[in-house]
Design a protein around this ligand. Structure first.
Ligand code: AVJ
Length: 336
């Protein structure tokens, strides 16, 4: 029939993932081309990131973990003290809230300290990914009796937070340098969103990577084994699958650049030749010049002054800061 003959290649295929389609259309139409960093984290990308955290060049994860291991009691004490100083009278136990749920091992160190100092502790991870949260909650519950887990599925970047009331201190965790993926004005907006849900005496623990020599930064994002290159290129594989595109991964190379003016590491994918890429689900082809790049990630690095400014602009007061002896990474507790 006529109707059948009008069914197109596109409409026969699986429904288009709009959440992916919209930013890919926008980013690949722009000059210079860009893609949002959250696109990295499909199942394969999440596995590659996990491998990155174990690389010798990628000092961030192990350094933050070492700071937590060394100072967990002091960190928890800072949260409890801030609550007492603000005149908090709630009888309830300490609650640890976490933006993102991909860091159960590091969070476990702080939860274990909280249980040690406080007996029972509540844990409220907030994440867009229900699967990431299930994994995080399962391993926390397995490892730590005395932790009551209450996960919440929400996008803390795009949506207003709605945190349930709590009769006691809340320590919000935003760790792993996750804030580093956002431009300064976006980072302020995320922390303001959190601040609006906090009460006097509540605290925020922020994990930030520190500015350091360019060579150390560049090798952390361009490792010897090529795991970061594979992580970066995987975004093209994801677009091939999700949007029926035909990116040839062999004709793009990984770039890691230190942008000193903006205080950020940048990742790009560079086309090795002039080429046209078809994205079936968008019914669009994108043209690449030889040497043209797609900007895939920013990872901001902070000075201690920049951390202080970030808190001031979002309504927090920095209270305590811990760093490693090489000043690679900073963990700061601020009060609302
Ligand atoms: C997960 C955003 C903290 O920016 O260091 C690792 C992601 N990118 N290697 C970071 C990442 C390249 C990572 N964050």
């Amino acid at each position: 029939s006529i109707a059948t003959s009008e069914i197109t290649e596109a409409s026969l295929a699986s429904p288009v993932n709009e959440a992916v389609a919209q930013p890919v259309q926008e980013g690949l139409s722009a000059t210079p081309k860009w893609l949002p960093a959250w696109l990295f984290y499909d199942a394969q990308g999440s596995r590659l990131f996990e491998r990155i955290t174990h690389l010798p060049e990628y000092y961030l994860t192990r350094t933050e973990r070492a700071i937590f291991t060394g100072y967990a009691d002091g960190i928890i004490a800072a949260a409890i003290d801030a609550y007492a100083t603000a005149g908090g009278t709630g009888k309830g136990r300490l609650r640890l809230l976490e933006l993102g749920a991909g860091s159960a091992t590091k969070t476990g160190i702080l939860l274990a300290a909280a249980v040690r100092l406080q007996d029972e502790t509540e844990y409220l991870p907030i994440d867009v990914s229900e699967t990431a949260m299930e994994d995080a909650c399962a391993s926390i519950a397995r490892a730590l009796t005395g932790v009551v887990v209450q996960p919440q599925v929400a996008n803390y970047v795009t949506d207003e937070l709605s945190i349930p009331p709590h009769d006691g201190p809340t320590l919000a965790l935003y760790i792993g340098s996750s804030i580093g993926n956002f431009a300064p004005h976006e980072a302020v907006a995320i922390l303001q969103n959190l601040r609006a849900q906090m009460r006097p005496g509540d605290t925020l623990l922020l994990g930030t990577d520190l500015v350091k020599d360019a060579a150390t930064l560049i090798s952390a994002y361009n490792d010897h084994d090529g795991v970061t290159a594979a992580f970066n290129l995987n975004v093209l594989r994801r677009i091939n699958r999700d949007l029926r595109a035909n990116f040839d991964l062999a004709s793009f190379t990984h770039q890691a650049i230190w942008n000193a003016e903006q205080s950020r590491m940048e990742m790009h994918l560079q086309s090795t030749k002039e080429q046209t890429v078809r994205v079936g689900a968008l019914r669009t082809s994108f043209q690449f010049d030889a040497g043209e790049t797609i900007h895939t990630e920013n990872s901001y690095k902070f000075t201690k002054d920049a951390i202080r400014n970030l808190f001031t602009q979002s309504g927090f007061q920095a209270a305590h800061q811990w760093t490693d002896e090489d000043q690679l990474f900073a963990v700061t507790v601020a009060s609302a």
